[in-house]
Design a protein around this ligand. Structure first.
Ligand code: 2AM
Ligand code: CA
Length: 287
């Protein structure tokens, strides 16, 4: 997965693989956001009191964009903080990005609410897609200094150790993660129906506030599955390839294969996927 071509532009650093750039960039941005814990500057509300953004989100995205464009100046960049605020603008940007030859899909801080409150469960999420297919994914958790990385066809790793999804085959053995979507009108109610239906059937549910990190934990076998409505590509793209390369399954809540345009996300170890789909369907919780 290398880009080894000589480049006549001296400003362009050549010879680094996509994955190496993704790893270095996520690690650098992660260290920087961690250094800003407790001093995030001005807190702004996006669409509601639940939808937060800080100067650190914006600064991290700028840092990531600059680092990536130094190596790959012709690649497209899709970052959470660089797209418009309305749903239409977001979906349009994601649809356009899906058609790009190479697009970097970036969440500079996934788990901003946690970051703001000093709850140490947030991450930097960076994925690279080639014509809509994700080929590299990195999720970095600076609080625990854990870097999760996957390359298409080459497996998924955390700190050099190969990851494998968990092996639970019964819902009663499963630890599942989810979230509370910020869209309280349209998306929160069906997600709550899903939680209500899942809770008595699974071992327990965690809603820890970073979709990317939850998905990395599914890849690492620490969670059996993940279900959340209303997400966007920057929350899920890196996590999706981590899970696939660790032997798990990622679909939308109807069971269709994961794509960059997928919003209602279901991920699992693969074994319990159809059981989870069924519970969500019966509860009218597909979104
Ligand atoms: P964020 O921290 O990058 O905003 C938690 O349930 C998940 O929901 C996080 O991954 C969080 O990402 C995401 N999230 C927060 N606000 C959102 C919004 N307005 N639309 C969709 N997802 C959102
Ligand atoms: Ca974010």
């Amino acid at each position: 997965m290398a880009s080894q071509k000589e480049n006549s532009n001296p400003a362009v650093v050549t010879g680094k693989s996509f994955t190496a750039v993704a790893i270095n960039t996520a690690a650098k941005a992660g260290e920087w956001i961690k250094s800003k814990l407790g001093s995030y500057g001005q807190l702004s509300l996006k669409t509601s009191a639940q939808d937060l953004v800080t100067e650190v989100d914006k600064g991290s995205e700028k840092m990531i964009r600059n680092l990536i464009s130094t190596h790959f100046p012709h690649h497209t960049f899709l970052g959470e903080e660089s797209v418009g605020q309305t749903e239409e603008e977001k979906q349009e940007a994601i649809a356009r990005a899906s058609e790009a030859e190479y697009v970097w899909v970036v969440d500079p801080v996934d788990g901003t609410t946690n970051f703001v409150h000093g709850f140490p469960f947030f991450s930097v999420s960076i994925a690279l897609a080639h014509k809509g297919e994700i080929i590299v994914g990195v999720v970095y958790d600076p609080s625990r200094d854990e870097l999760f990385v996957a390359e298409k066809g080459k497996g998924a790793y955390v700190h050099g150790n190969k990851m494998k999804v968990s092996r639970e085959s019964e819902l009663a053995q499963c630890l599942i993660a989810s979230g509370f979507p910020v869209d309280q009108q349209k998306t929160l109610p069906p997600n709550m129906r899903g939680l209500q239906a899942l809770a008595p059937q699974v071992r327990n549910i965690r809603t820890s506030g970073s979709a990317a990190l939850h998905m990395a934990y599914v890849a690492a076998g620490r969670l059996s599955g993940f279900y959340e409505l209303g997400l966007n590509a920057w929350d899920t793209a890196a996590g999706a390839i981590l899970i696939q390369e660790a032997g798990g399954k990622v679909t939308d809540t109807l069971g269709n294969p994961y794509r960059l345009s997928t919003r209602h996300t279901l991920a699992s170890n693969g074994i319990v996927h159809s059981s989870l789909l069924e519970v969500i369907k019966q509860a009218d919780a597909q979104g």
